[in-house]
Design a protein around this ligand. Structure first.
Ligand code: ADP
Ligand code: ZN
Length: 751
């Protein structure tokens, strides 16, 4: 037998190896193996089996690593698709489907040996110094991983073995799992009686689950089962997810729930754990997100692989969780851009979810209050089934949204105030009534730039084409792209000027917080943004203080925009709604609409009706006006017409080619060279599909982290055809060594 192996070293191809007699029966698709490669031994993954090979003199596989295959053939197939569609080498796609800690685990569980102190009678024998040191640690900790012990004691396993020989400790492979939520007390919940809209949506999902269960794997891919659950904020989407998962479990299948990283609050996780913590459908719920320690991630992954956790909730990469058989995939807040990975492989987890659902015959439910134009368009085309929850639970009203025209608030030489008089008054009222307020501004720091009013000097990042943001607490100027920081100058740095009166322009959350403190000295105000959330517990602590009513006003960036459910919040203020509108991106209006709707959705989730103030300098912009009226279909109609006219998604797919290098001219010339090659591709594709080439043009952020960037934007209705050509092109085109070309299929960020 021959095994096809994808090696971990990047080579963009598979290699054939012999399966030696001793390993027959131990190797399957997905097995991790060690193979000879030249003079080296390298790790790889078996990606196929064959009877014959076109190569002669094959070398044998050296050994198999781990007892269980790590990647299932199904997930392997998904990795293949990612490599093809997103134009990336297969070994990189393969890496992304397995967490690093699982992949690097060279000998299964061996690294996870535990050392435990054993009870002994009488006196401790006299031990040599080294053994005594080791014993002291074990005695204190009672049980700890062997590796940790070796590190702490600076010794080798042999010393520990001696203690084992003396009967003082036991070394075993038993696994004591690290549960990141272990200290929480979980109160079981049972299904809520649904309202008619929820019941109708659930019934359709149930019947799809049952149908694919009847069809079985054999007919995978034969019918599309994608649903789009469009439900306003607070309409009870999560309850529908929970009951859909119950049905999948009853049918003997597992489920994956994707949530944007920012929504992975303990609050969300708790709701899922609580529902499945008891009763006949009892199962572990595994949690996967970027803040887990390597050990935690390892344990969560194996819980899933062993079938003990049949529900997985997690961010983007949880879509690769080895749930088998898989019945249901839920993508909550499907419009979120955090589902797009911004490094190779640049996959979009929602689209991977749909592909995985098709391959494994699993039902896919996309949920959102503000669906992406792409998904809604697919419903209009009949590709997806639209399910709607138009009202909030218990007929709670949608918050009343008032748009404040900030142009009318300009006061002579003082410029624009941060708070319009109406918003100020609304905050005062909430403080008097003991209700809570959320204020949103999508920029951290104090001021967005430092300027000299005399000579016009602006403090810019030395590495990026961006002005530096002033951070008041530690008196630093910071670049929000590369992290560069420098002290605040006392006088204008321009040698000829040296003006002592430099001015700070623009607004950040720190300034909002400070101004609030002056206006409302008695209010308890807390700020929540990347600067105040340094440690893992910060987020949880602030949210629980807010829930407990220890905070009156919460100021924050997009961190507070989504998913939070606080019944006592009756006022939401959006300080500067235009910020997202002015991005150089065809999705700017869509993002603004989504952001306003999501932020507004935080208000009025309890018994008291909510109110939202949107401060804007362009109050009549459609994105703002449709959001004010909670009119998604209206927004969709007008925005999709704009996209249709300009041939943007959802009417075409986009690929963004970026060239970067430190020498701007070289980058420009290279970009022209790539354009010429693309024109050839365009000619070849004529008759097969359309290809529109735009650029090269300087990227909106021309210089980032010392690199100049030029872009070419491609648009085509058939991306899979183009992808293949792009993969060839990027491999063969000759570019200067210091100019890098990257391809982003379906980019979320055009920056
Ligand atoms: P969404 O995810 O659509 O924003 P949630 O699922 O968070 O909404 O629901 C909002 C609130 O309504 C939650 O507190 C939830 O427990 C409650 N809820 C959901 N469905 C029902 C129902 N059928 N009956 C009563 N309460 C419900
Ligand atoms: Zn910078």
């Amino acid at each position: 037998m021959i095994a096809r192996v994808t090696l971990e070293i990047a080579l963009r191809k598979e290699f054939d190896y012999l399966i030696p007699d001793g390993l027959v029966g131990q190797i399957d698709v997905g097995s991790r193996v060690q193979v000879p490669f030249g003079a080296r031994k390298v790790l790889g993954c078996v990606t196929g089996l064959a009877q014959t090979s076109e190569h002669s003199r094959l070398k044998p596989i050296l050994k198999v690593i781990g007892a269980q295959t790590l990647v299932t053939p199904k997930v392997l197939k998904l990795a293949r698709w990612i490599a093809d569609y997103y134009c990336c080498p297969p070994e990189i796609a393969l890496k992304s489907v397995l967490p690093e800690v699982v992949r690097k685990e060279q000998a299964g569980w061996r690294e996870r040996l535990y050392v435990r102190a054993l009870p002994f009678a009488g006196e401790l024998p006299k031990l040599p110094k080294r053994q005594q040191e080791v014993w002291n640690i074990v005695e204190e900790r009672r049980e700890l991983p062997l590796r940790e012990l070796l590190e702490l004691a600076q010794t080798t396993a042999a010393t520990v073995r001696r203690l084992e020989d003396r009967g003082l400790v036991a070394i075993s492979a038993e696994i004591s799992e690290r549960d990141p939520y272990a200290r929480e007390h979980i109160v079981p919940t049972s299904p809520l009686p649904l309202n008619p809209a929820q019941a109708a949506a659930l019934a359709k999902i149930h019947s799809a689950l049952e149908q694919s269960s009847r069809n079985g794997d054999a007919r995978a891919g034969t019918h599309s089962s994608v649903f789009l659950l469009h439900g306003v904020t607070g309409s009870g989407k999560t309850e529908v997810y929970l009951q859909a998962i119950s049905r999948a479990l009853e049918l003997g299948k597992g489920a994956i729930v994707l949530v944007p990283e920012i929504s992975l609050t303990p609050q969300t996780v708790e709701r899922f754990k609580a529902r499945f913590s008891s009763g006949p459908l009892r199962t572990l719920v595994a949690v996967l997100h970027s803040h887990l320690s390597a050990g935690e991630r390892h344990d969560e992954w194996h819980k899933i692989r062993q079938g003990r956790a049949r529900i997985v909730i997690g961010a983007r990469s949880a879509i690769f969780a080895p749930v088998d058989p898989l019945g249901l995939i839920i993508v909550d807040e499907e419009h979120e851009h955090t589902y797009k990975q911004e490094e190779t492989p640049r996959y979009h987890a929602r689209d991977v979810a749909i592909m995985r659902g098709r391959m494994e015959n699993a039902t896919v439910v996309l949920g959102s209050a503000t669906p992406s134009l792409e998904s809604y368009y697919n419903c209009r085309k009949g590709k997806y089934t639209l399910l709607e929850l138009p009202d909030r639970i218990d007929d709670r009203k949608m918050p009343y949204v008032r748009v404040v025209d900030m142009r009318q608030c300009v006061r002579g030489s003082h410029g624009v105030p941060i708070f319009s008089p109406r918003l100020k008054e609304a905050i005062t009222q909430r403080l008097e009534r003991g209700e809570q307020t959320i204020l949103f501004l999508n920029r951290r720091g104090y001021s967005s730039s430092l300027q000299c009013p005399l000579c016009g000097f602006v403090a810019e990042c030395p590495n990026c084409s961006l002005s530096l943001t002033y951070h008041r607490p530690d008196q630093k100027l910071r670049c929000h792209i590369c992290g560069h920081q420098e002290p605040v100058p006392a006088v204008c740095p321009n040698e000829k000027c040296r003006n002592p009166a430099i001015r700070y322009a623009g607004l950040g959350t720190q300034k909002v917080e400070e101004t609030l403190g002056k206006l409302f000295p008695d209010a308890r105000i807390t700020r929540m943004d990347a600067d105040t959330m340094k440690r893992k517990e910060d987020y949880r602590r602030i949210l629980s203080d807010f829930r407990a009513g220890k905070i009156d006003i919460l100021v924050g960036t997009q961190m507070i925009a989504k998913g939070l459910h606080f019944p006592n919040v009756t006022l939401v203020g959006i300080i500067y709604a235009d910020m997202a509108l002015h991005q150089p991106d065809f999705r700017a209006a869509e993002r603004t609409f989504q952001l306003l709707t999501q932020v507004a959705g935080r208000a009025g989730r309890g018994d008291v009706e909510g109110e939202v103030f949107v401060q804007s300098f362009t109050p009549y912009h459609p994105a703002i006006q449709y959001a004010r009226r909670h009119d998604y279909p209206g927004f969709y109609e007008q925005e999709s017409e704009f996209r249709r006219q300009l041939n943007y998604p959802p009417y075409a797919r986009v690929a963004l080619l970026t060239l970067r290098g430190r020498n701007e001219d070289k980058v420009k010339f290279s970009a022209d060279h790539v354009r010429a090659a693309l024109e050839k591709v365009e000619k070849e594709l004529r008759g097969k599909t359309e290809l529109i080439i735009a650029g090269p043009a300087a990227a909106p952020l021309l210089r980032a982290e010392t690199y100049y960037r030029y872009q070419i934007m491609l648009r085509t209705p058939r991306m899979s055809v183009l992808s293949r050509r792009l993969a060839e092109l990027t491999e063969t085109i000759a570019l200067p060594e210091d100019v890098l070309l990257s391809v982003d299929i379906d980019p979320a960020d055009l920056g």
